[in-house]
Design a protein around this ligand. Structure first.
Ligand SMILES: [Zn+2]
Length: 56
């Protein structure tokens, strides 16, 4: 059996962001690859830039 080196195996694409959902106040997870954040409660997706702007 061949083992493949997965370059993404060690890089968790989800990073827990220190921001709250703009809609429901749930925890946002940053989806680093796409520069977006997704809420773990309502699954709403926000561009990271919008979240930064709203909570600075
Ligand atoms: Zn939410």
């Amino acid at each position: 059996m061949t083992e493949f080196e997965n370059p993404y195996a060690e890089a968790d694409p989800f990073v827990r962001a220190h921001f709250d959902c703009l809609d429901c106040g749930g925890k946002l997870w940053e989806y680093a690859i796409q520069g977006q954040m997704v809420c773990e409660d309502c699954l709403e997706v926000f561009p990271s830039a919008d979240v930064f702007e709203a909570q600075v």
